[in-house]
Structures are given as structure tokens and as C-alpha cells.
Design a protein around this ligand. Sequence first.
Ligand code: BJW
Length: 240
Amino acid sequence: MSVYRHIVVLTGAGISAESGLATFRGADGLWNNRPVEEVATIEAFERNPAYVHDFYNELKPEVFKARPNPAHLALAKLQKEYPGHVCLITQNVDTLHEKAGSIDVCHIHGRIDQAVCLNCGQIMEATGDIDTQTACPHCQVAGMMKPNIVFFGENLLDMDNVERQLHQCDLFLSIGTSGIVFPAAGFVQTAKYVGAETYEFNLEPTSNNFYFDHHIMGPAGTTIPQFVDKLLQAATERKS
Ligand code: BJW
């Protein structure tokens, strides 16, 4: 195992599956077998915001009671103990990486514990219910609040930072994501282009596996702690 200067980790719903949260495209998928792109689109929200608010209001308690699993904890340990930089990018709207102790997590698809006001653009904490009547505490306009979740057709968050991180990385890890949703599915291509070594961790091969040098199959709660131990051990051996 080599020692790396700049590790970029991309996580998806699969890393939170062992914490009890449904993935999107699995058998018991979050959207109950409806194509996610037909429900989680900005057009669907504009058509029927009450329906979308109800969905997320119901989902919040389940997400908030979930606890980080060994994969989240191992990545937090990697961030704390690895001698190189470790950048954590997640597509997940849960905050299990933060609960595991990770810092500076880049939430490219937003966070379920936040709302954004479509009138003034302010992002705020929203752990309780929001609905079509909720007023923005910043600009006071009512009825313009949206969960701070990136729907299909919306731009991702923090992409300037993501691009910067990807262009510096020498190791790219993709964990528990089907590689179907862009632009996140294309990050591995950028990493490969800049010369990074690339690993995919999943239960099964994905359709996006062309750019991965290594495929490690198995539950992330098992494979990630083992892999992190190897990275940390290599770094320790290099030092001594
Ligand atoms: C385990 C496991 C265990 C299970 N251990 N593994 C280029 C080409 C084609 C289309 C596009 C393109 N660029 C943009 C698009 C359009 C679109 C898109 O990608 N469409 C595709 C469907 C083709 N993208 C967008 O619209 C994005 N915006 C954008 O590009 O803006 C620019 C633009 C604007 C306007 C017009 C055009 C461009 C926005 C994407 C937003 C995604 N939002 C969602 C929903 C949020 C709602 C919510 O959270 O409730 O984010 S979609 C949904 O999918 C969610 C996820 O973050 C995302 C990714 O899913 P993920 O994490 O991969 O989950 P799954 O379920 O798919 O996979 C889980 C995996 O885990 C599986 O592989 C399992 O095997 C594995 N697993 N247990 C290890 N224990």
C-alpha cells in the first residue's frame, strides 16, 4: 500500500445502509420503487411542494435517529490520523459523517437538517417540519422554503471546492454509490485524468466501473475499516 498526499472520498447511500437508512435504488428503495428522478425533481417540487415537504418531514425523524456505522467511523479516523489531506465528499443528505466525527464534509446534494429560502437564498437549520406556509426567518417571506436537498435539474453545492480537491487527488475512493447520478458519477473520471489511483467499494460491480483500478466488494461497514487500517499502517511504516 502506498502513502498518499491527497485522498478524496466520495460516499453514497450504500455507506448508510448498515445504519438502517434505505438506499435509493435498492429493493426497498427510498422512493418505494418509483423512479427517483420522477419524484425528486425540481419540477415535481414546483408542481406539488406540499407532497415533497410531507415526504421529508416524515423522513427526518428516521434519519435523525440513525447512528454512524463502522464505515463512517473509520473515515473520521482516517481524517484525524492520516498524515496527508483527506477530503470527504458525500451525496448523502443524512449527517452520519458529522455524527461520526468527520469535519469539513462537502454535502454536494444538500442536507436534510437544513432548508433554503428560494426568495433570499439563505440556508438555515431546519430540524423540524417545514411546509408551504413556513416563513423565512431571514427575509420573512412565507411559502418559499425548500428542503436544502438538490433535486434533479438543480445545480450541485460546493462544486468549485470539489473540482479543486479532485484536481489535487492521488487516491480516489468511491463508497456505496451506484454511479448513476451525474456529475458525481463522473468524479472518478477526473481523478483518473489527474493520475489518481481509484478504488470502488460496493456490494456488487456497478455500471460505472470502467475508471476504477480496484473493486472491493462487500459491506462498507467491513471493507472500509479494513482498508483504512491498511492506509494508516502504511503511513506509520513510512514514518518509522
Ligand atoms: C452498498 C451497501 C453496503 C448498498 N456497502 N455498498 C450527464 C449525463 C446524463 C445526465 C446528466 C448528466 N449530468 C447531469 C445529468 C442530469 C442528472 C442525472 O444525473 N441524471 C441521471 C439519472 C442520468 N443530474 C442532475 O440533475 C444533477 N444536477 C446537475 O447536473 O445540475 C446541472 C444541470 C442542471 C440542469 C440541467 C442539466 C444539468 C442533480 C442530481 C441530484 C441528485 N439528487 C438525489 C435525490 C435527492 C433527494 C433525496 O435525497 O431524498 O440524490 S438523486 C439520489 O441519487 C440522491 C443520491 O445522492 C443520488 C445517488 O444515489 P446513490 O448514493 O448512488 O444511491 P443508490 O441507491 O443509487 O446506490 C447505492 C449503492 O450502494 C448501490 O450500488 C448498492 O449496491 C450499494 N450498497 N449497501 C457498500 N452495505
